[in-house]
Design a protein around this ligand. Structure first.
Ligand code: GDG
Length: 505
């Protein structure tokens, strides 16, 4: 396996310039109006650090505020010195944040690409703002790039940046990775700007998706709307478009597995997990962890849990569902309404089954958790219930497995999460819309023998360990710069089934 440092060596003579919606650090406003910054800790930052550090790479993104930040330059200078690569901030006005970020990205692309077109608000002013802001990002990137550099753009907020870079006459290789799903043709066609957006994407030299299913959906759209067919059969295929070769591949994102294992095994996390177990004794803990988002299928999951309690009364007092919901995008009305729906359901179900002075079936947590507390939940729970209606990957599932050090745990997993393609041989796959099917899986998981649990969990952990976040960054970057695509065959366990997405029953 090629390591990040080897890719870094391959890229040595050329810079890597990364662009994402947000810069990889968090700004906090203090009471006196000044700001402090601290480095972000997400998987993307961890993966790209070895490639960017010491090579003079750069990261371009929004700094996160809509008002002027007095000490921004000084903070960025210090943050860049600490990080080991340059940071170039993008400033967004309140109107841009509203129309580009909340509007086009999160009221159009986010629901549409998760197959929920009825939730889209196709406001034409959103599209105009999206184009303008993508141009702004491109102009900032152009300041950082020299001929021969590789520009790696991330996610659905920045799909037109590659085209804007070409318009600026930039002679750099451009690559794009979509963290969320790409929808099937029939759904993509609903987008009023379907041609413009697809052609913008085709201005990138390399386009990466999480799964083969997303790649297939994209290629179908390209065939229908641009009349171009792909060639090749491997993990990366080629498109010949306007006399250029474009690479299109699938690269499932991973986690920093070893870091999660280490942190989960720490004395702090172990003590918190033991305390949690002591507070909820003599039962199996079922865990759900999600950002507040309608794609995560939380109401469906709660209904499935209710159904399990109705149809399998043996579960009473023997299981507790801990549902952690992390606040997110509450400025969008649908998110606010979702919170009310979840809280109503939790209240109803607890009202229906709680034993006064004793068992409460659902423990509901609505706040962001410190990393150690999140990992303690992962470690303490016997069953993870991860049932998004659709998800690009779902890292919570992988983090849960990494932290399940004792390995006597079960993952119930939506077949519509990108992670299902990699984890299908160890997890119990469910259709999240099938309330009784999910309830049956809860019952099956509850009764699963320790030996089967361990065998399944070992398979899951092996895959997640091998295909971690560094493997992901390496395979994407190698795919972007390699001369010969035959070095990228499909995974050994590939089957047409995993291309279509796994189907459990
Ligand atoms: C998008 C795609 C794709 C959650 N609660 C807390 C907390 N988290 C962290 C988890 C995990 C991350 O947030 C959530 O990642 P997911 O992958 O599950 O979901 P999205 O945020 O929707 O991410 C997704 C991903 O991009 C990467 O490509 O997998 O499909 O939608 O890392 O640990 N972290 C802390 N406290 C919490 O309460 N500290």
């Amino acid at each position: 396996m090629l390591l990040a440092r080897d890719v870094a060596a391959n890229l040595r003579r050329n810079n890597l310039v990364v662009a994402s919606n947000r810069l990889p650090f968090v700004l906090t406003r203090l009471e006196d109006g000044s700001y402090t910054s601290r480095a972000g800790s997400g998987g993307l930052v961890t993966a790209l650090l070895p490639v960017l550090r010491g090579r003079g790479g750069a990261w371009v993104g929004w700094h996160g505020a809509t008002e002027p930040i007095p000490n921004l330059d000084a903070m960025l200078g210090q943050a860049a010195a600490d990080a080991g690569y340059r940071l170039r901030p993008i400033a967004l006005t309140a109107d841009e944040q509203k129309k580009f970020y909340y509007g086009f990205a999160n009221e159009i692309i986010w629901p549409l690409f998760h197959d929920l077109q009825s939730l889209c608000n196709f406001d034409p002013s959103y599209w105009r703002s999206y184009c303008e802001v993508n141009r702004k990002y491109a102009a900032a990137i152009a300041q950082e790039v020299q001929d021969g550099d590789l520009v790696w753009v991330h996610d659905y907020q920045l799909m037109s940046v590659g085209m804007e870079l070409k318009r600026l006459g930039l002679n750099a290789r451009t690559a794009f990775f979509l963290h969320i799903p790409f929808p099937p043709l029939d759904i993509y066609l609903k987008l009023p700007w379907r041609f413009a957006l697809l052609h913008a994407l085709l201005e990138y030299d390399v386009i990466g998706f999480q799964t083969l299913r997303d790649r297939r959906n994209f290629l179908q759209c390209v065939r229908a709307l641009a009349g171009v067919r792909s060639t090749g059969k491997g993990q990366i295929v080629s498109l010949r478009y306007q006399e250029r070769d474009i690479r299109v591949g699938s690269f499932p994102i991973g986690i920093d597995y070893n870091d999660f294992v280490r942190h989960a095994a720490s004395a702090e996390v172990a003590a918190k997990a033991t305390q949690l177990r002591a507070q909820l004794p003599n039962r199996q803990l079922i865990l759900g962890v999600d950002r507040l988002d309608y794609t995560k299928g939380i109401p469906h999951r709660l209904e499935a849990f209710r159904n399990a309690l109705v149809r399998y009364p043996e579960l009473h007092e023997r299981v507790t569902l801990i549902q952690v919901v992390v606040p997110s995008r509450e400025d969008i009305p649908q998110y606010f309404e979702l919170k009310a729906t979840i809280e109503k359901l939790v209240g109803e179900i607890n009202g229906q089954f709680t034993r006064p002075g004793g068992w409460v079936p659902i423990h509901y947590v609505f706040r962001p958790l410190q990393a150690a507390d999140l990992l303690a939940y992962y470690r303490a729970a016997e069953i993870a219930l991860i049932t998004p209606l659709k998800d690009g990957m779902n890292l919570v599932a992988k983090e849960y497995c990494a932290c399940s050090i004792e390995e006597e745990c079960v993952v119930i997993m939506s077949e519509f999460a990108g992670a299902a393609a990699q984890l299908q041989r160890g997890a119990l796959l469910v259709n999240p819309y099938d309330i009784e099917g999910v309830a049956d899986a809860v019952w099956q998981a509850y009764r699963m023998a320790p030996r089967e649990r361990r065998a399944r969990m070992r398979r899951l952990r092996r895959t997640i360990c091998e295909q971690d976040i560094f493997w992901w960054a390496d395979s994407f970057l190698r795919g972007a710069i390699a001369k010969d695509l035959s070095a990228f065959p499909l995974p050994e366990d590939y089957s047409p089934q995993s291309d279509l997405g796994p189907v459990s029953h």
